[in-house]
Design a protein around this ligand. Sequence first.
Ligand code: MN3
Length: 244
Amino acid sequence: MTDRDFYRLDFEHISKDVGRHAALRVAACLEGAECTAHLLPELPFAYDALEPHIDTETVQLHYEKHHKSYVDKLNQTLAPYPQLQRLPLESLLRGLSELPPDIQWEVRNFGGGHFNHSMLWQVLTPKRHAKPSDRLTQELNLRFGESALLKRILTRKSLSLFGSGYTWLYVDPTGVLKVEALPNQDCPLSTGGTPLFLIDLWEHAYYLRYHHERERYLEALWGLINWEEVSERWEHWQTRIAPS
Ligand code: MN3
């Protein structure tokens, strides 16, 4: 396929989902500048900012080793495909089945790993007491009853995922809010969804402090959710993506 096919995909989703670096990268590409490789985005907080809930060493390893390795492997994968290299990550993940078959597995896993971790750093925050916006609260209450129930659903889905993956709060292609756990580095973009929030369930996200006790990690995580960011993602979906 040609890059033009990819460019037909909606670029408007990009800024919320792959961060400032990708937005800059795409802007440069669209202006015809030489495209650069995918970049490790800046971490929006210090390594120790999520203490005592998420320990310093875990954040540092998670960001510097795990996330960076996904970025590096994605760049290696795309190196022989300059046309694909300059596309936004989101377009690659939305159009997985249209990629050359010999790199679909790599883009799904390494590209997914880069996307998911870039989003993860945005939806966590050391600031306390943040709440969903009134409009998102209204939607969550309509869909899940109340916030305590959303927490229970996120926890249950997270505990029932066997192996590694993520639990997602996302809007499905028909506009319905959903909570689903997906394996490995899979993400709702690849089935036409719009992700709002995710929980990293790979052991590298919690093992040093919580060992095998995923439930204690989930409890600690609840106070770190960047509801402001999640609410903005919801507003973005509503104003830019929602089916009219
Ligand atoms: Mn991870």
